[in-house]
Design a protein around this ligand. Structure first.
Ligand code: NAP
Length: 360
C-alpha cells in the first residue's frame, strides 16, 4: 500500500497531541501538516505546545519543527500537501460543521473526532469493528456536496465505545431490548489533566453536559441502516444512561444492565465475545486489536489503570458478567477514551477508508 500524506487539524489540542503520538511511525500514514488556530499558526509545533504536552510518550521528533498552519485560512495550501486530514477542534457546533464542510468541499476528506456532524444523515459514524458498511453512504454524501474525493466521516462519542462493542455482537442472535448504563469517565474526556482541573483530585462529579443524551442516542445511528441517501437510526435498543466524571486520568468504565428478547446463557454470551471479529480484524487494519473484546474472569477486573492500555488502548475489556434480579444480565466494560474513544478510533476509521478505496 502507498503511504498517505495526512494533516492534523487541531494538532495542539489534547486529542490532536494523541493523533501526533499515534501517527508517529504509522505504517500507512505520514504526517505532513499540523494546523490549529491563528494563535498557534506560524510557530513550530514545539513552540506552540510549550509545556502543554499531555502524553507520556515524548513529542514525536519528526514533528517538533513543523510550522503550524492556520486551520481556517490555509485550506488551499493544506489541500496541496495532504491526501486527507484528521480533525479535533474546540469550536462551536456550527463553526465546526462549517470548517469541516470547507475541507470536504476543497476535496480534502475529513476524519473527524468532533461531534458536530454525528447526526448528519449522510455522514457515517463508524466503529470499524461494528458498522464498517456505513461508509458506503459516502457516495451519497459526495453527490450532495458536489465533490469527487471530499467527504466527512466521524467517530462516535467516547463513552459508548466501552458498552456498545459488548452489546452489538449479541443483538443479531438474542435481540438487545433494554440497556441501562452508568459510565465512570476520565478527566481527559473533558480535555483536562489534574494540573488543569485540580478540583477533580479526590472527587466525583455526577454531571457531564450533554453526555447522557449522546450515550443514549448515538448507539441508535450505529445500529442504523442505509436507506437511499441516508443512514436511518434504529429504534432499538432502548438506552438509559447516567454519566459520571471520576478522578481518573484516562479510561472510561461502564456498568451495564441488559434485557434481551431471547435470553442467552452466560456461556453463549462469553462465546460470542470471544469469537467476535469485525471488518477491522478481517482487513487486518494496523490499529485493529487482534482480540476486540477481552473477558476477565477475576472479580476485581477490568480495572482502569490495569486494562486501559490493552492492545495499544484499542481493545475493550469486559468483566463481572452475571445474572441480574431485574434485567437479564449485568457486566462491566472499559475502554481508553482518548485512544479507542478518540484519536485511535479515528485512525482505525481512516485505515478502513483507505483499505476500502475511499482515499484514492
Ligand atoms: P482542546 O485540547 O481544547 O484543543 C482544541 C484544538 O482546537 C486546539 O488545537 C486549538 O488550537 C484548536 N482550535 C481552537 N480554535 C480554533 C480555530 N478557530 N480554528 C482552528 N483550530 C482551532 O480540545 P480537545 O480535548 O483536543 O478536543 C477537540 C475535539 O475533540 C472536541 O470537539 C472534543 O469534543 C472532541 N473529543 C475530545 C475527546 C477527549 O477525550 N478529549 C474525546 C472525543 C472527542 P490552539 O491551540 O491554537 O488554540
Amino acid at each position: 500500500m502507498k503511504k498517505f500524506s495526512v494533516g492534523i487539524i487541531g494538532a495542539t489540542g489534547m486529542v490532536g497531541q494523541r493523533f501526533a503520538s499515534i501517527l508517529e511511525n504509522h505504517p500507512w500514514f505520514d504526517v505532513k501538516v499540523l494546523a490549529a488556530s491563528s494563535r498557534s499558526a506560524g510557530k513550530t509545533y514545539k513552540e506552540a505546545i510549550g509545556t502543554k504536552w499531555t502524553i507520556t510518550k515524548p513529542m514525536p521528533k519528526s514533528m517538533k519543527d513543523i510550522v503550524i498552519l492556520d486551520a481556517e485560512t490555509d485550506i488551499e495550501k493544506i489541500g496541496k500537501l495532504v491526501d486527507f486530514v484528521f480533525c479535533a477542534v474546540s469550536l462551536s457546533k456550527e463553526e465546526t460543521k462549517a470548517l469541516e464542510d470547507k475541507y470536504a468541499k476543497a476535496e480534502i476528506p475529513v476524519v473527524s473526532n468532533n461531534s458536530a456532524h454525528r447526526h448528519t444523515p449522510d455522514v457515517p459514524m463508524v466503529i470499524p469493528e461494528i458498522n464498517a458498511d456505513h461508509i458506503k453512504i459516502i457516495e451519497a454524501q459526495r453527490k450532495r456536496l458536489g465533490t469527487k474525493r471530499g467527504f466527512i466521516a466521524v467517530k462516535s462519542n467516547c463513552s459508548l465505545q466501552s458498552y456498545v462493542p459488548a452489546l452489538y455482537p449479541l443483538d443479531e442472535k438474542y435481540g438487545v431490548e433494554d440497556v441501562l448504563v452508568c459510565t465512570y469517565q476520565a478527566i481527559s474526556g473533558a480535555g483536562k489533566t489534574f494540573d488543569t482541573w485540580p478540583e477533580m483530585v479526590d472527587n466525583v462529579i455526577p454531571f457531564i453536559g450533554g453526555e447522557e443524551e449522546k450515550s443514549e442516542i448515538e448507539p441508535l445511528k450505529i445500529w442504523g441502516k442505509i436507506e437511499g441517501d441516508k443512514i436511518v437510526p434504529n429504534i432499538k435498543p432502548n438506552f438509559t444512561a447516567q454519566c459520571i466524571r471520576v478522578s481518573v486520568t484516562d479510561g472510561h468504565m461502564a456498568a451495564v444492565f441488559v434485557r434481551f428478547k431471547d435470553k442467552p446463557s452466560k456461556e453463549e454470551i462469553l462465546d460470542i465475545w470471544k469469537n467476535y471479529k469485525g471488518r477491522a480484524q478481517e482487513l487486518k487494519l494496523p490499529s485493529a486489536p487482534k482480540q476486540f473484546l477481552h473477558y476477565f474472569v477475576e472479580d476485581n477486573l477490568p480495572q482502569t489503570k490495569l486494562q486501559r492500555d490493552l492492545e495499544g488502548g484499542m481493545a475493550i475489556s469486559c468483566g463481572r458478567l452475571r445474572e441480574d434480579t431485574q434485567y437479564d444480565y449485568k457486566f462491566i466494560c472499559l475502554s481508553h477514551n482518548t485512544i479507542r474513544g478518540a484519536a485511535g478510533g479515528a485512525v482505525e476509521l481512516a485505515e478502513l477508508l483507505c483499505a476500502e478505496g475511499y482515499m484514492d
